[in-house]
Design a protein around this ligand. Structure first.
Ligand SMILES: Cc1cc2nc3c(=O)[nH]c(=O)nc-3n(C[C@H](O)[C@H](O)[C@H](O)COP(=O)(O)OP(=O)(O)OC[C@H]3O[C@@H](n4cnc5c(N)ncnc54)[C@H](O)[C@@H]3O)c2cc1C
Length: 460
């Protein structure tokens, strides 16, 4: 194996005996999958190939598996797959996937730009399968540290990971791409108690199927949140548990539609990244704020309509077990003799509101720390941005101090500087190509420098 187990080599052994990857990626979600595809297609000529490896903590490829709800659609055109914006002739396109699965004609006959998430996950798995030599699953990366140094100059990075059995592994690389996605977020001040009946939306399908196995059960569910995942979960519960009492607890007045209208949607165009990146910070922030409802705490309008219709039909038969309750801010969730109690603060009535439940689903989003925890030990080499993060170049590279050779790229952590597409799927093909280009340019510069040094040294 190429990554070595800690302790395989005695302390202080030279780096020359270990394999050094040109590129090491942490996480193998869609962002790094797009990079892996770009490397194979754009930088794999035998002599100039970039050696790459991606480490993923999941045991196999899966895209938000806890939310692969039947019928839920992706919220972007299938043309915005992993590759088409970079190369419409790529063998890793969604259309090639359909062709290879024998469904191209039937898909075309759907006359629909928005595949289900289940199908898009299957497409991602199909691409990942073809790139399997570039990835190692079941690897949880735990730290990144400066490795080889020459005269005080950092040349390489050492990445430490644990495998599925808890064994430690180490990898060396010249460049790093961090694409670890978001971390489940809870409302401010709320802690997730270690109770079975309380869980975040990323675990939804797993938990709901295990803990509430009876479709005719008279379970009591509370869904906290007002975004797309919350609305999908609310609809799932009322549809799949017709006898259940289901309460949607919203901090705001109502589910609000995501603005995906034609002009507004251009905010996700690749060229918007260059435009936004070039703006003064205050101007950029105000544009991002103005367009927040394209993604955050916003729900697909068709889903809102479907939920409203379903609630109305229940009213006709005087069934009031499913309700949407506005202006509720979650304060605490705790175990109670009869299940779980979710304590809210009603901002409308300015008083506490208690909801008893058998299951509380926290569809409360994700956070992405500006200073990535895995990069903590590189902090002395990274340039702060004057706020709570690091300076990032247009090509997603962290600015580093002199004497630090490795390039560290971020995917999904640059929304403040690169715009709203950063945490989404919209520009993956273009972003992966920009990162690849930066890697290749840097290698060319390094090689040029090395050959200039050789010629200066003259014949031996
Ligand atoms: C339910 C849901 C639906 C969505 N639908 C859409 C949509 O329709 N359109 C859209 O544009 N966006 C959508 N999004 C936004 C979402 O962020 C993107 O879909 C996409 O997943 C981002 O890809 P990523 O690779 O950056 O992050 P992720 O998909 O989160 O992948 C990160 C990967 O890194 C791995 N990882 C994390 N830490 C480590 C570690 N220490 N070591 C090793 N591996 C690690 C994780 O296991 C994960 O596989 C959706 C998000 C959710 C939650």
């Amino acid at each position: 194996m190429e990554g070595k187990r800690s302790g395989d080599h005695p302390q202080g052994q030279r780096f020359g005996v270990e394999k050094v990857y040109d590129v090491l990626g942490i996480g193998f979600g869609p962002s790094n999958l797009a990079v892996a595809a770009a490397i194979v297609e754009e930088a794999s000529e035998p002599d100039g190939a970039l050696t790459s490896l991606f480490l993923e903590r999941k045991p196999s490829y899966a895209w938000h598996p806890g939310m692969l709800i039947e019928g839920a659609q992706v919220q972007l055109s299938f043309l915005k797959d992993l590759v088409t914006l970079r190369n419409p002739q790529s063998r890793f396109s969604f259309l090639c996937y359909l062709k290879s699965k024998g469904r191209l004609d039937k898909f075309a006959n759907l006359r629909n730009f928005y595949p289900t998430r289940i199908e898009f996950n299957d497409y991602y798995c199909w691409v990942a399968q073809q790139l399997s030599s570039q990835v190692r699953y079941g690897r949880q990366v735990e730290s990144v540290t400066p490795a080889a140094t020459e005269g005080g100059r950092v040349e390489l990075l050492r990445v430490r990971a644990r495998d599925g059995e808890g064994g430690a592994e180490e990898y060396l690389c010249r460049n790093l791409i961090v694409a670890t996605g978001g971390v489940p977020a809870l409302p401010r001040g709320v802690e997730l108690p270690a109770i079975d009946g309380v869980f975040h939306s990323h675990q939804f399908l797993d938990r709901v199927k295990t803990l509430y196995p009876d479709p005719c059960g008279t379970y009591r569910f509370v869904v906290v949140g007002s975004g797309q995942s919350a609305a999908e979960i609310f609809q799932y519960l009322m549809t799949n548990y017709p006898e259940a009492q289901v309460t949607a607890a919203l901090r705001r007045f109502a589910y609000k539609p995501a603005d995906d209208s034609d002009f507004v949607n251009e905010i996700f165009f690749p060229q918007m990244v260059t435009f936004l990146y070039g703006l003064p910070e205050t101007r950029r922030r105000s544009i991002l704020r103005e367009h927040n409802d394209t993604n955050y705490s916003a729900v697909d309008l068709d889903l809102i309509k479907a939920i409203y219709q379903a609630l109305y039909e229940r009213l006709i038969v005087d069934d009031r077990r499913v309700t949407v309750q506005p202006f509720l801010e979650l304060r605490e969730v705790r175990q109670a003799p009869s299940g779980v109690v979710a304590e809210f603060w009603s901002t409308a009535h300015e008083r506490p509101e208690l909801l008893e439940a058998d299951g509380v689903v926290l569809a409360t989003g994700y956070v992405r720390e500006k200073r990535h925890p895995l990069l903590r030990e590189l902090d002395p080499y990274l340039v702060p941005d004057g706020g709570s993060g690091y300076k990032v170049t247009r090509d997603y590279r962290l600015e580093t101090r002199s004497g630090f050779a490795p390039q560290v790229f971020l995917q999904g952590f640059c929304e403040d500087t690169h715009g709203l597409s950063d945490t989404l799927l919209s520009i993956l093909p273009v972003r992966s190509f920009e990162i690849l280009q930066a890697l290749l340019d840097n290698r060319a510069r390094t090689e040029e420098r090395a050959s200039a040094n050789l010629s200066l040294a003259g014949p031996a």
